[in-house]
Design a protein around this ligand. Sequence first.
Ligand code: C2E
Ligand code: CA
Ligand code: CA
Ligand code: CA
Length: 282
Amino acid sequence: AKLDGRATYRFFEPEMDARMQARRRLELDMRQALARREFQLHYQPQLQLEGDRLVGCEALIRWQHPVRGMVSPLDFIPLAEEIGLIVPIGEWVMRQACRDAAGWPAPLSVAVNVSPAQFKSERLVEMVMSALAASGLPATRLEVEITEGVLLHESERTLQTLHRLRELGVRVSMDDFGTGYSSLSYLRSFPFDKIKIDRSFVSDLTGAGKGAGKGAGKGDGEAIIRAIAGLGRSLGMTTVAEGVETADQLERIRAEGCTDVQGYLISRPIPAAEVLAFIAAR
Ligand code: C2E
Ligand code: CA
Ligand code: CA
Ligand code: CA
């Protein structure tokens, strides 16, 4: 190595190198994945508790890699965001999701995750309008899910983009609510239609006797969910509990006043081709 005087550099170099190479490989593969049609969308149903009614599905991207097999979005979305590739990938997701949802019975909606990097692109609103027009899906059946990363730098342009989407009739959800530093203040800067309570609070729903210690901590999911559900009610927002896996969690969530649920208990994300059968079976 160049820096012979620095033992630490020499020591870590091979490992760093391997990681850089893996990243480079992933990047190259990802750049070709769109053209090779390796991405797919799976859909996870969302249920409204009142009336036990299916209200829509969240689109979740899947990458069927020819060698690696199914790659989790957690393993490529962050890199795609970093290198800007999320813009063309996100456009593909939006167009495909609108096309798929146009084949579902009304008023079922589709929720699409939109990354912070996509909000930096000037043409986001035009892209959404074009996806709606091409698919024939009414704007009222489209929902965009954003995390607080989108509002982190709360630029005028971002807020304007959100308002323009809203004017089209598109609904806007705040995803992973409660995990960031200033979730609450974002509710003041933009009137979301829906709050999605992060899965970590749902998995914190423990049995009786929880939260006995002083201060909030693990096991206090119940109090937090109750507070968010109350907040949603006062602000006129739908509150969805994410990651509901057990009947026990479902009952607690119902008792705390959330309006909607999503999670493995209702259904895992399913391939697009299976959505209509799922709807028919309910
Ligand atoms: P997310 O938007 O919070 O999506 C929910 C994630 O939780 C999904 O993981 C879903 O499969 C998983 N999940 C749902 N119910 C349960 C449950 O009951 N238990 C457990 N343990 N997990 C559950 P997935 O599909 O791996 O996606 C991970 C993340 O990748 C998403 O988190 C989202 O941030 C990102 N992502 C996925 N698709 C897209 C996309 O099309 N565009 C963008 N920008 N991001 C995406
Ligand atoms: Ca989401
Ligand atoms: Ca989420
Ligand atoms: Ca998440």
